[in-house]
Structures are given as structure tokens and as C-alpha cells.
Design a protein around this ligand. Sequence first.
Ligand code: SF4
Length: 211
Amino acid sequence: MLKVNEIFKSIQGESSYAGLPCVFVRLTGCNLRCSYCDTEYAFEEGEDLALEEIIRQVEKYNCPLIEITGGEPLLQPGVFQLAEELLDRGFRVLLETNGSIDISALDGRIIKVLDVKCPGSGESKKMRWDNLNQVGPDDEVKFVISSKEDYDWAKDVIEKRVPDGPKVLMAPVFGRVELADLSEWILRDNLRVRLQPQLQKIIWPEKERGV
Ligand code: SF4
């Protein structure tokens, strides 16, 4: 049984899979309170669903790409079995996690999107740094940038703590950092990162849920 906030099909917007149709399973609950959070509705709201029911709802969309997200999905122990069942059925599974919880027990087939919370989030001290030793070439490390100070901090972390291998993404907080400014900083410093706009906010700027 898992407490689920919402299950929906949308366009992947926040990873290197951006642009692809994707079914999102958003689990309820989060242990952080980021200053720019746009899914506060997932902190408490949700419905207890059996694993089989979640899989039934996912399968009805007939879409090969699934993202398990939150909130923070690793707060619910049942997430491990959910991911394994989806992988065993042939789905490609992305799991986005906020960086504060140990990811070492995750099935190696899961594509991990590991957030590293910058100071502007107000939650950077909660980062579990050892998680950066658990990501491989198929995984992604994501920095959400809300200021030039965040960018400089992220650049330092990338140089000193992010191992070779995972893709590294930088996403500007919508309304706080302009895409053009972040692009210029990346180019000027010759950073080998992927600029990752929050695609769903460009497509559906007014929509607050189900994107
Ligand atoms: S980790 Fe994600 S869901 Fe939790 S507060 Fe931060 S942005 Fe919101």
C-alpha cells in the first residue's frame, strides 16, 4: 500500500527525458520545505492505493516511460517494490528524489534523478552527500538554480563532489532566474551541464497540478 497524490500522463519536463510522454506517479509526503516548491499539495493529500491498483492505473495509459516522484518518494518503503514491479513489466522507470535520503537500496535498473538542493532552496544542509557516490552513467544529478549565488555554489559542487558519469542538469527556478542569464553563465564557465528549462511550465504556465 502506498499513499498516492496523483497519477497522470504528461510531457516529461525536468530531466534529459524532457519532451517525451511520461506517466507520473506522485507519492504523498515530503521531509523538506523548499522555498520554491510547486507541489505543496502533495505534502498531505493522497489516497492509499494497493500496488496492483497503482500498476493498473499506470498500465491504462499505454506509455513506456514512468516517473515516480513526490513529494519525496523514498519516504514510503513500498516504493521499492513498486519500482521493481514496473521494471519487471518492461517500463523504463525514472525516480526523482530530493537528495536527503539514502538511495543505495534502489534497484540498479531505476534511472535516478538526484536533486542537489542549492542554498536558495533553504534546504541544502539536508543533502546526504554520500548519494553522489551511488549514481552511475544512466543517472542524472540536478541543480535547481534560484540565483547567481546558487549557480556559483552548484559550480563548486560539480567541480569538487560530482563524480564523472551521471548527466548533470541545471534548471532555473521559474520566475527567479532567466534562461538567458543561466545560459550565459554556463557558456562563460564552459560547464559541461545540460540546461534544463522546466518544460511543463512553458507549455502550461497556468496549470498547477497534473504537469
Ligand atoms: S523536495 Fe520537492 S516536493 Fe519536497 S519541498 Fe522540495 S521541491 Fe517540494
